[in-house]
Design a protein around this ligand. Structure first.
Ligand SMILES: [Zn+2]
Ligand SMILES: [Zn+2]
Length: 306
């Protein structure tokens, strides 16, 4: 039975009073029984929620009935149950913490839409053609641990564990590619909006981004997730989802302990550590789902005390 949906969405538009908006939005979601995480800021909304199909449908209608959000796109996935434990609607300064706003001029136009120069959208089938041609530099716009579980074949791995480290990496390592054709991708598209704006402001001249992100690419009937290797990390209880339905997927995740191929992320069983790591079934048992010998002993001490 799959009568639940997961929605993933963002939209840049000017919101005058984010606190008021967030409070009303929280009431709307809780009246529909939706769970998940929503960020609201002066620059718009970014969210992922789960709920019954009919509630999600109603939510989409209500959000779009607000003129500011009439063009918002929702990525819709089918699941068997909620993939969140609770509902959180928070106000933040930026929808994606990037902290490079000074370098990225944005303008609010007459309709209240926030306009930034960003990379041109590439639709899934054109993105696949680009991948196959090898003519573009493909940049993964996510963090290292997301990349390690799965990524597009041939994409550059950003050596960053948080999104705010991107500007420095781009300035230091990618400046030599300013005139090359560059295409970026991320889970749902929002990080690419920030990333490509920043790159254009830095003087990159030929920048593109995968429209709708990996999730849209995976559900596209023509691209069928082709040339995606591994699984796609998601920020809910599923931890990861399958993308490649084209039959050419390779497993790229490697066990933290023995380097065997794996696609399972677990958190270290020592709660003081809680390190997220990829682990194979054998090592998970052998290491009692801990990331190190120290964490195994810490847990032993813990259970003795308890
Ligand atoms: Zn292993
Ligand atoms: Zn640990």
């Amino acid at each position: 039975m799959t009568d639940y949906n997961v929605l993933l969405y963002y939209y840049f538009t000017w919101i005058d009073t984010p606190e008021v908006f967030a409070e009303e939005h929280r009431k709307l979601c809780s009246s529909l029984g939706l769970l998940g995480r929503i960020l609201v800021s002066h620059e718009g909304i970014n969210g992922t929620v789960s709920g019954r199909q009919e509630s999600c449908k109603e939510y989409i209608e209500v959000v779009r009935s607000d003129k500011r959000f009439s063009n918002i796109e929702f990525k819709i996935d089918r699941v068997e149950n909620h993939v969140f434990q609770k509902l959180s609607v928070r106000v933040k300064r930026e929808l994606v913490t990037f902290r490079a706003d000074d370098a990225v001029p944005s303008h609010v136009n007459g309709k209240g839409h926030i306009q930034r120069k960003r990379g041109q959208y590439v639709e899934p089938t054109d993105f696949l053609t680009l991948l196959e041609s090898g003519e573009a530099i493909v940049i993964d716009g996510r963090t290292d641990y997301e990349y390690d579980l799965g990524h597009f074949r041939g994409a550059l791995r950003p050596p960053v564990s948080s999104f705010r480290e991107f500007p420095e990496w781009i300035r230091q390592e990618l400046s030599k590619y300013k005139t090359r054709k560059i295409v970026t991708y991320c889970t749902g598209g929002i990080r690419c909006e920030k990333l490509t704006s920043f790159m254009i402001a830095e003087g990159f001249t030929d920048v593109y981004q995968l429209h709708g992100g990996i999730v849209t690419y995976g559900s596209d009937e023509a691209a069928r997730g082709s040339l995606w290797d591994g699984r796609c990390y998601v920020f809910d209880e599923r931890i990861s989802i399958e993308i490649n339905r084209a039959g050419n997927k390779r497993i790229v995740g490697k066990c933290y302990h023995c380097s065997a191929p794996t696609e399972r992320y677990v958190n270290c069983a020592n709660l003081d550590c809680h390190r997220q790591h990829l682990v194979c079934a054998d090592c998970e048992e052998r290491m009692q789902r801990s990331c190190s010998a120290e964490c195994i002993s810490a847990r032993r001490r813990e259970s003795l005390v308890g």
